[in-house]
Unconditional design. Structure first.
Length: 340
């Protein structure tokens, strides 16, 4: 059975069991998921009665002024427990009244699952994983996204992951590749390396390649140079691969680099691909072609330098099939970017 489902049901069952146990103020807790690199407790704090996941550390020194993430519908705080748990340093991820219980449970489940992927990591590493994963959820909630990606966003994310896979396969170190992926962080371009960048556009359309450009800066090589555009053409096919399948394959590709795996997981969440959402993405994509185009003078685009100064922002669409430029080899692009 999927461990995410086990933890999800365990948390809900434990919180229900604790729901009527708050005659006195303070924490009511039950240990859960004992097999891991740190201790986990499911709890409720009374009189507020909020559901919480408590994560405990034994030997790590926690900076007293550490900045803990807070988000829409949840908060994180240091707490003290008595008895046998007093020797641990505890952090509580707690739902606020405004927080959706289903989404909060998904978040708490994901925190447990993420930490348990690294059973031999030391406590400092686990603590950083705990914070980075919550901050990824914080960014997701700040964007106020739906729980599933739109069809257009699904295609776009698949195309970015496809290019990320090929950058790594072409010899780019895994950590450098994932760190350079800026699309989930609302970067101007999807990949940024040094002073250069690659913008990715993907489509399943036949007969044309509509590419939506989000700003005057996105294709402006006076700001970012060298600048390339990757046009990834996909088709829907029963023999293809789902978005979740592409994400899982990429995660496996990074098996030798746990730090890159963790960074990838955080960025997938920030991009809107929630853990456990595999059943939402049933479309299967097959890759048909990728054109890599250099953005230079003469490329059809709108920038701050070629529109009237009164125009401060713009969004527009280009048909990339109408651009006759020949595709550049990926390794040549990587050479120009200085990453191989």
């Amino acid at each position: 059975m999927n461990p995410q489902i086990n933890h999800h049901e365990e948390l809900l069952a434990t919180w229900r069991a604790l729901g009527g146990s708050g005659e006195n103020s303070g924490w009511q807790i039950i240990p859960i998921s004992p097999n891991g690199p740190c201790r986990f407790l499911a709890g409720r704090h009374f009189p507020g009665n909020e559901e919480s996941l408590l994560v405990g550390f034994t030997s790590m020194r926690i900076p007293p002024a550490i900045n803990l993430p807070q988000g829409r519908g949840f908060h994180v705080g240091r707490v003290s427990l008595s008895g046998r748990e007093a020797a641990h340093s505890w952090f509580a991820l707690s739902r606020q009244d405004s927080g959706n219980l289903d989404l909060f449970t998904m978040m708490a489940t994901d925190v447990i699952t993420t930490i348990q992927r690294y059973p031999t990591a030391d406590e400092e590493r686990i603590f950083n994983l705990f914070l980075s994963r919550i901050r990824a959820w914080q960014d997701f909630m700040h964007e106020n996204r739906d729980s599933s990606l739109s069809p257009e966003a699904e295609v776009g994310l698949y195309g970015e992951l496809h290019l990320l896979h090929h950058l790594i396969a072409a010899g780019l170190p895994t950590n450098t590749a994932v760190d350079g992926w800026q699309g989930p962080l609302d970067g101007i371009q999807d990949f940024s390396f040094g002073t250069g960048a690659i913008e990715v556009k993907s489509t399943v359309a036949a007969g044309s390649f509509p590419a939506r450009i989000g700003s005057l800066q996105q294709l402006d090589d006076s700001l970012t140079r060298p600048l390339f555009l990757a046009a990834v053409r996909l088709e829907l096919s029963p023999c293809g691969e789902t978005l979740s399948g592409r994400a899982a394959a990429l995660h496996n590709q990074l098996a030798g680099d746990p730090a890159a795996q963790s960074m990838l997981g955080d960025k997938l969440l920030r991009a809107g691909l929630l853990p456990g959402s595999e059943i939402l993405y049933t479309r299967k994509f097959s890759h048909l072609s990728t054109r890599l185009l250099r953005i230079t003078e003469g490329f059809p685009r709108l920038t701050s330098g070629n529109v009237s100064s009164e125009i401060r922002s713009a969004r527009y669409e280009i048909d990339l099939d109408l651009i006759p430029s020949l595709s550049i080899d990926l390794r040549h692009v990587m050479t120009e970017l200085g990453i191989i």
